[in-house]
Design a protein around this ligand. Structure first.
Ligand SMILES: [Zn+2]
Length: 327
């Protein structure tokens, strides 16, 4: 094989994304198919294989050049065993032997990884973290995901539960309940869902004081984007919500800085559409909260790979498996 290529597959709750990536992280194709988890796990496995085939076809690539495959899925999972256990986002799947099925179907070395860890590895390989030694990623969407990379190593933990950054405890005095059922998690304060929930509560406490009330009355719902837009436009209530959100995220970031002292903290996911002001505010709070040396030296930035980070990172895991087998 003169030019090894790698296929990455990112299995999400609603869509599966796959792409072929070259040895430098260049994306040669990008496809997606609906996951349709409700059709069951047998269908799900066939759909994974189908998405991989589509990606190779779209790249116009010969299968002889594909050196390895990487598959990323949401948890819960047993990473060393290659199995999805009981994923809340892929009901009713249970105990699905993903790695074995893909490896046997394509007769290729296959890596298996948590989706947030894979996104972090993608950003580390060829996105925001390119060239750094250690990096922490927070993904801000419906939930808060996370990944930690130190020296080419994805920190999976001993029980495949490492880097659950959305569930670090940040508030234990009258803590909010998290989607995970536990209390005081970062996700319960700083996910897009949490931003909307906190805004609803603030509007309820102070009716008629915010432009967001009109948006809510007209549309019947609010999005995190509405809150960020209103803050940019000078709405005081929205501004306070954004300020608190950036404070919570800074608390999460500083906890990681004081735990592993990485080169870089990266924020990704849909919520970074809020823009540079959002990032500046997080940085300002980090400066207030962190030890002076890490505060001065840790880079804090946005992710660069967008929604392709998952499959690029999955491909990077496949590439790592391939390279280790070659050395
Ligand atoms: Zn939680």
């Amino acid at each position: 094989m003169s030019v090894p290529r790698f296929v990455g597959l990112d299995v999400g709750g609603t869509t599966m994304k796959a792409g072929v990536v070259d040895d430098t992280g260049q994306v040669l194709s990008s496809v997606s198919l609906p996951t349709e988890a409700h059709l069951g796990q047998e269908f799900g496995l066939r759909r994974m294989a189908e998405t991989i085939r589509e990606a190779v076809k779209a790249a116009g690539e010969s299968w002889a050049n594909i050196a390895a495959i990487g598959v990323a899925t949401p948890g819960t999972m047993d990473i060393p065993a290659g199995i999805i256990l009981d994923p809340p986002n892929l009901k009713p799947w249970r105990n699905v032997p993903v790695r074995q099925y893909i490896a046997e179907t394509f007769r290729l070395p296959t890596a298996f990884q948590n989706d947030a860890n894979a996104a972090a590895f993608g950003e580390y390989w060829c996105g925001a973290g390119k060239g750094v030694h250690s990096m922490v990623l927070f993904t801000l969407g419906t939930g808060v995901g996370g990944g930690i990379i130190i020296g080419d190593q994805v920190i999976e933990g001993e029980h495949s539960h490492g880097a659950e950054l959305g569930h670090m405890k940040i508030e234990m005095t009258q803590p909010r309940q998290c989607g995970c059922g536990r209390w005081g998690c970062l996700e319960a304060y700083a996910s897009a869902t949490a931003v909307v929930r906190r805004t609803h509560e603030a509007l309820h406490r102070a009716p008629g004081t915010s432009s967001l009330q009109r948006v809510l009355d007209e549309r019947g719902e609010l999005t995190a984007r509405d809150v960020f837009d209103a803050a940019e436009a000078g709405d005081a209530l929205a501004d306070r919500i954004v300020e608190e959100t950036t404070f919570y995220l800074a608390v999460g970031a500083v906890n990681m800085m004081h735990t592993i002292d990485p080169n870089m903290i990266v924020f990704g996911g849909g919520m970074i559409a809020a823009g540079e002001t959002f990032l500046h505010r997080i940085r300002k709070h980090i400066q207030e909260l962190a030890f002076p040396v890490p505060a001065a030296h840790t880079q804090v930035c946005f992710a660069r790979l967008g929604s392709e980070a998952g499959f690029i990172g999955a491909a990077a895991c496949g590439r790592q498996l391939y390279r280790r087998s070659q050395s």
